[in-house]
Design a protein around this ligand. Structure first.
Ligand code: C2E
Ligand code: MG
Ligand code: MG
Ligand code: MG
Length: 280
């Protein structure tokens, strides 16, 4: 929220704060039509190897530019989509779109797709992943699904079985926003996550030498390593943070320092430039 020089105020649409039921109803109505009106798009944010700083994958992040409300942030419309189960068709579209885009990239670059608990409890989740892979021609090994601890709150067994089905295809599963959710570690034994993504709230204290953040990151890295999982640090915004994270043994880094979420065409330029550097 910023003030411009003329003294007027820019206001982002924030139904969650000033939420009248009416505003929420309108947003829901618009979201219901967003897919067929082609108001949704995907951005791609690079994830780099902490040591070489080369791109290893991109995370697909959905964007909604509403004809009625303008741009609405995922922090606002994803919870609404989950509550109304609109996340099911939206999530299918995201999966299709992301796989089709990634299938055109070099084979060593992966794609990360966020999946909500409501999608995992749909009986056809694994089938929809199979379709996205076969339709796009993307190798299953290049797809990593990101879930949060919230999948273990309700219908945990259904969600786990759905994830095991896509793992049997060759896909991997990352545990997103680690450290912010439900704080039982028991679920780490229940599913073979390939990656733990350390939430940005821990990372962003790291360069200010917040002893607590550093201790938590170190502990997560050590725990992941002994479980045979890798770690990705989210929300790395400065070179200092990147160096700190790298020295603590995190395997991968994601954040504005290495690249913001960008258009598909810009993402392609990122690895085309890398390829040109390798050949030079
Ligand atoms: P997430 O999966 O944890 O994604 C990372 C979020 O952190 C993204 O926010 C990204 O733009 C932001 N981010 C990345 N690097 C930095 C950084 O250096 N500094 C800061 N301050 N932020 C950074 P975004 O795109 O607003 O997405 C928010 C959340 O919405 C995602 O969090 C994810 O939970 C959800 N989401 C986004 N796309 C999808 C989707 O296609 N399906 C589902 N189910 N959820 C999605
Ligand atoms: Mg994510
Ligand atoms: Mg995250
Ligand atoms: Mg998040």
């Amino acid at each position: 929220r910023a003030k411009d020089s003329g003294g007027g105020e820019f206001r982002e649409y924030e139904p969650s704060l000033h939420a009248s039921a009416e505003e929420r109803r309108q947003l829901e109505f618009s979201l219901r039509n967003a897919l067929k009106n082609e108001e949704l798009s995907l951005n791609y944010q690079p994830v780099v190897d902490a040591n070489t700083e080369e791109v290893v994958s991109f995370e697909a992040l959905v964007r909604w530019n509403s004809d009625v409300h303008g741009p609405v942030s995922p922090g606002k419309f994803i919870p609404l989509a989950e509550d109304t189960r609109l996340i099911v068709p939206i999530g299918k579209w995201v999966m299709q779109q992301a796989c089709c885009e990634a299938a055109q990239w070099p084979g060593h670059i992966g794609i990360n797709v966020n999946v909500s608990p409501e999608q995992l409890t749909e009986p056809d989740f694994a089938t929809s992943v199979v379709h996205a892979l076969s339709h796009s021609g993307l190798a299953a090994e290049r797809l990593e699904i990101e879930v949060t601890e919230s999948i273990f709150l309700r219908d945990a067994n259904v969600a786990r079985r759905a994830l095991e089905q896509v793992m049997a295809l060759g896909c991997s599963v990352a545990l997103d926003d680690f450290g912010t959710g439900y704080s039982s570690l028991g679920y780490l034994r229940k599913l073979r996550f390939s990656t733990i993504k350390v939430d940005q709230t821990f990372v962003q204290g790291a360069s200010q030498a917040s002893a607590e953040s550093l201790a938590i990151i170190n502990a997560v890295v050590a725990m992941a390593r002994s479980l045979g999982m890798t770690t990705t640090a989210e929300g790395v915004e400065t070179a200092e943070e990147a160096e700190m994270i790298r020295s603590m043994g995190c395997n991968k880094i994601q954040g504005y320092h290495f690249g913001r979420p960008m258009l598909a065409a810009e993402a392609r330029q990122v690895f085309e430039r890398e390829e040109a550097r390798r050949l030079a």
